[in-house]
Design a protein around this ligand. Sequence first.
Ligand SMILES: C[S@@+](CC[C@H](N)C(=O)[O-])C[C@H]1O[C@@H](n2cnc3c(N)ncnc32)[C@H](O)[C@@H]1O
Length: 381
Amino acid sequence: MPSPSSRHDAFAVCTPGLEQLLEGELRRLGIRGRVGTGGVAFRATTRELYAANLWSRVATRVVVRAARFEARSFAELERAARRVDWASWLGPGTRPVFRVSSRSSRLYHTGAIGQRLGAVAEHVTGHAPSGDATSEQLFVVRVRRDAFTISVDSSGEALHRRGWRLATAKAPLRETLAAAMLLATGWQPDRPLVDPFCGSGTIPIEAALLGTGRPPGADRAFAFQRWPSFAPGTWASVLASASRAEREAAKRCGTLVIVGRDRDAGAIEAATANAERAGVAHHLDLQRASISELQPPASTPGWILTNPPYGKRIASGGDLRDLYARLGQVARTLFAGWSIGLLVTDRRLAAQAAVPFEERIRSSNGALAVSLLTGELRTPG
Ligand SMILES: C[S@@+](CC[C@H](N)C(=O)[O-])C[C@H]1O[C@@H](n2cnc3c(N)ncnc32)[C@H](O)[C@@H]1O
């Protein structure tokens, strides 16, 4: 069983397109990672593994390599699986769940691979059959040319589920992507931030969490807390450092100016409820208003950061091109000197805003391909 001083071969998974931002986050935690497709690989102490889960705003989950072996038959698979340290990850009452992918390999029936591994894990740990389990532990199994890699998920529910977004409006943005927008633009908490299409408040709330130095995972649990190898002292120390860091950030951050607007009353209600659950409602100014009523909240220039409606037409039946043109006009005339960042699915639509944009991120929000475009709103003359 690994001890608190063990080293783990870890991989922080993210939505493709966010790898560099994730690497930067890990670096700020003192962790040196190697960027790969869809994530960042790193050697972690137990403390670093816990800290990455607590602090990463961009990662979807963090997995740890549990075993690596070759198997060309089920007999070989079972023999190798008996040597895996299942008892470190599976306590009584936890059922193993296997997410298997197999390519170019003799064993290709992913369901059967998962079943055999599950049977061996139950036999080795001596725990009751899976039917009596009250929780699940995910194992990610990758088979390539007969080589098996088994990774254990240390996060549990995906990390974008921070615990505060219970109310959603239309087309909500993943929390991890909202955080990525903030990190990619380099927004600083001493600058105002305006989201004119805030929906359920994801961008303003993530900004407030970032600005106040609050760990994104402060209000949730993680799979590693149920592992028999869990080190409670190490976790308590990670939480204590987080509280200290948050107190320090609170001293530095002063008054945040973070504004969310949406023309839909239900969206503002959802955003307010979410902000209250996240403990940041007092930092936010959330009000119902349409884009035509938008005003700068401060004389210091900051960021308009938003994801405007997607699709072809808006609910009122108007053309989305008009909405983007209106956004551009309001931004150029009233927000001169500010910067603007739009998360969009359609660059031609964004061109209606008539702002010279550059693409900062290409990623996805659920099944939709998205780009973060940023630009400067020049002062006239
Ligand atoms: C893609 S959603 C934003 C989702 C949001 N980022 C979230 O995480 O929930 C776009 C939002 O724009 C709002 N909207 C549409 N037309 C608007 C207008 N003319 N003025 C202000 N808000 C508008 C919609 O009500 C919707 O909530």
